[in-house]
Design a protein around this ligand. Structure first.
Ligand SMILES: NC(=O)c1ccc[n+]([C@@H]2O[C@H](COP(=O)([O-])OP(=O)(O)OC[C@H]3O[C@@H](n4cnc5c(N)ncnc54)[C@H](OP(=O)(O)O)[C@@H]3O)[C@@H](O)[C@H]2O)c1
Length: 262
């Protein structure tokens, strides 16, 4: 089968057996094989996105649903979760995507019903949201970047644990894996935009980290890279602050990262 890499445009004769993705032999990008509407169905997984009513949550919910995952939008308010779930369903349909599942519930119930719990809540409120939940055996994904505006620029403000992800781990009994910190909300929410962004995934539980990497790779426009242990999350979180400051100094609004190597 002749494939063309969506990143470096290399064309090659793919001889592998995967129905969904192939790795480009030139740049190692994950190249989508399946056509729209033919994505793998991940019905064994429920994904909840706590604070999924917000900017980053929207894109993760929509891309996960488009990839075949059952997604639950979490919110502090049941009505808000239901309303945003409805809006996301309409958005998916208007992009020509059908056969998905997006529901809404309060954060606690959304987390209870899912295997992977993605926390897209501002740093200040993230730990207090999960600390009363029983997340034993669940994978908890930290997308959180602690930062503040100082003068004209953004500054990374890590907690004493070293990173927001490690702080989250010290406040919940789930297996915390960090990801998505470097993904601009505006771009991931636009399903037409295959922006091909790298997502660095850090975690101490190898099995949990592999599941999150697989999840990321299933989302269109994203490729996962293994970032090592959870203690490396500080490097990824601070990278977001660097990207935001770059967007202040350069004619680029939503700066993201694609890593290349040989
Ligand atoms: N925005 C980005 O481009 C981006 C990129 C990478 C990483 N991140 C990280 O992703 C996380 C979410 O960012 P965002 O921009 O999506 O945030 P956001 O839109 O400002 O807020 C997300 C959601 O957090 C919930 N929330 C707000 N205040 C809360 C509180 N006091 N207690 C509990 N929940 C509360 C709200 O949901 P309900 O009102 O429905 O409860 C809100 O919709 C942050 O940690 C950020 O660092 C963001």
């Amino acid at each position: 089968m002749l494939l063309k890499c969506q990143s470096c445009e290399n064309e090659w004769d793919y001889q592998g057996e995967s129905k969904y993705y192939a790795t480009c032999p030139n740049c190692h990008y994950k190249v989508k094989i399946s056509e729209e509407g033919d994505q793998p169905k991940k019905e064994e997984y429920n994904i909840s996105v706590l604070g999924g009513t917000g900017d980053l949550g929207e894109g993760i919910v929509k891309r996960a649903a488009a990839a075949g995952y059952k997604v639950i939008v979490g919110s502090r308010k049941y009505e808000k979760a239901q309303r945003l779930a409805e809006e996301y369903r309409e958005g998916l349909e208007s992009s020509g995507i059908n056969g998905f599942t997006v529901d809404g519930d309060v954060n606690q119930k959304a987390a209870e019903k899912s295997e992977i719990v993605i926390v897209t809540i501002p740093y200040k409120y993230a730990s207090s949201t999960v600390e009363s939940m029983d997340l034993d055996e669940k994978i908890v994904v930290s997308t959180i970047v602690p930062m503040k505006k100082e003068g004209d620029y953004f500054k990374y403000t890590p907690p004493e644990e070293g990173s927001a992800a490690e702080e989250l781990q010290s406040n919940c009994n789930g297996k915390v894996v960090s990801a998505f910190q470097n993904v601009p909300a505006k771009l991931i929410a636009d399903l037409e935009n295959e922006f091909n962004c790298d997502v660095i995934v850090c975690g101490d539980d190898e099995e949990a980290k592999e599941k999150v990497k697989e999840f990321v790779n299933d989302l269109s426009g994203l490729r996962s890279l293994d970032g090592g242990p959870l203690s490396h999350s500080s490097m990824v979180e601070s990278e977001t602050v660097k990207l935001l400051n770059l967007s202040l100094e350069n004619p680029m609004k939503h700066v993201y990262v694609v890593y290349k190597g040989e």
